[in-house]
Design a protein around this ligand. Structure first.
Ligand SMILES: COC(=O)C(/C=C/C1=C(C)CCCC1(C)C)=C/O[C@H]1C=C(C)C(=O)O1
Ligand SMILES: O=C(O)CCC(=O)C(=O)O
Ligand SMILES: [Fe+2]
Length: 366
């Protein structure tokens, strides 16, 4: 599909004006400059407690796998819905296979994101975040001069609804980039809506109640450079839960790095070339009254290989309100009703710290 090269988002869509991150060094350039990092630079990235001892690699193959073709077939739907319910309730993460996204769309986005991050810094900087804006090339969630920094760079784009896009942030190099992102974004919107229908089934609520929960889509393309000198001391993405309703992740180059927190341990997720990884976000935890948990996760860094991924955060309308829906409340309401804008503002105003943002929505007693 052709993407128009217009610039400027529409006035009523204010998603990306949610604040900004403090400017910090470009990590890819830091690594490419090859020289030893100064002690001050090292200090900004060294994490005090990575609990490497708590990594349970033997459980890495256990993340549930959901077969979308089984959900779409009348003979197998009930059994697959039960698997989906288990995945959302017990893991908060699942791999989706037979997701129906055409191979050329996946190949295109993977290729073009890799090409974008290979461009010279000055070319990428033409899309640098501007003050007050979440979108663009840079870093996120840096709110103070003394916090630990993540070992990664990112390109963040507001992708849906299309009238909210600011094309001045959409790279025109490689020349296929915009079309690849457009095609991938549209396919993911369809997938998210389909998943929504079945998530509603797992909660025994009418699908219409979830239909407006995936209206907007924000894309984060992450580049995690290798770190030869101290890979076990830095993190590509600090522990956090996603502020979205549902996140869909494509691991671009199959380098392992993502770990999810389960029973106090960290479980590495084995990349699967044939799957998309889906996770429950904070807003779905609220809507399901805590039946489904947005699970804390983090990204570790490889000593020799770069890692790339694209996360698609699906969220309701900016003006929407999320609260536990009837049918999910067994005894009492555990979360209060929260405005999506209100939650988004809170989420971006602070350093990501595990599931701390969600405390805001918790009613006392939990
Ligand atoms: C882990 O990152 C996120 O969860 C996230 C989510 C952002 C959002 C909300 C918390 C509420 C609704 C809107 C929105 C989708 C923006 C990340 O968003 C992007 C934006 C930047 C910058 C980024 O790094 O990821
Ligand atoms: O890169 C990854 O594997 C995960 C990224 C992530 O957690 C996020 O974008 O929220
Ligand atoms: Fe995440």
């Amino acid at each position: 599909m052709e993407v128009e090269a217009a610039s400027g988002g529409t006035g009523e869509i204010r998603w990306s004006k949610l604040g900004t991150s403090l400017p910090v060094a470009n990590v890819q350039a830091l690594v490419a400059s090859a020289g030893e990092l100064t002690a001050d630079q090292i200090e900004r990235y060294v994490q005090p407690d990575i609990d490497a001892h708590a990594v349970l690699s033997e459980q890495s193959g256990e993340v549930p796998v959901i077969d979308l073709s089984n959900l779409l077939s009348s003979e197998s739907v009930d059994a697959e819905v039960a698997k989906l319910r288990f995945a959302c309730a017990e893991w908060g993460f699942f791999q989706v296979v037979n997701h129906g996204i055409p191979d050329d769309v996946i190949t295109g986005i993977k290729h073009d994101i890799q090409k974008f991050f290979q461009l010279p810094l000055e070319v990428k900087n033409a899309y640098a975040q501007r003050p007050g804006d979440l979108q663009g090339y840079g870093q996120a969630f840096v709110v103070s001069d003394d916090q630990k920094l993540d070992w990664s760079d990112l390109l963040a784009l507001f992708a849906q609804p299309t009238q909210g896009r600011d094309m001045s942030y959409w790279p025109s190099q490689p020349h296929t980039f915009r079309n690849s992102v457009e095609d991938y974004s549209m396919e993911l919107m369809k997938l998210a809506q389909t998943l929504n229908v079945f998530i509603a089934k797992t909660l025994d609520v009418a699908p219409e109640l979830l239909a407006d929960k995936h209206v907007a889509q924000f894309l984060r393309m992450s580049y995690y450079p290798p770190c030869t000198s101290m890979p076990e001391k830095v993190l590509g993405f600090s522990p956090h839960s996603d502020g979205s309703f549902l996140t869909i992740l494509l691991e671009i180059n199959s380098v392992q790095g993502l770990q999810i927190r389960r029973s106090g341990a960290w479980i590495p997720v084995k990349p699967r070339h044939d799957a998309l990884l889906v996770n429950v976000g904070d807003l779905l935890e609220i809507l399901s009254n805590g039946k489904y948990k947005s699970i804390e996760h983090r990204v570790t860094i490889n000593a020799h290989k770069e890692r790339l991924s694209i996360s698609a955060f699906h969220v309701p309308n900016y003006g929407g309100i999320i609260s536990p829906i009837l049918g999910t409340i067994e005894e009492k309401m555990l979360y209060k009703a929260v405005g999506v804008e209100e939650y988004a503002r809170l989420y971006f105003a602070n350093k990501l710290e595990g599931k701390k943002a969600l405390d805001y929505a918790k009613l006392s007693g939990i």
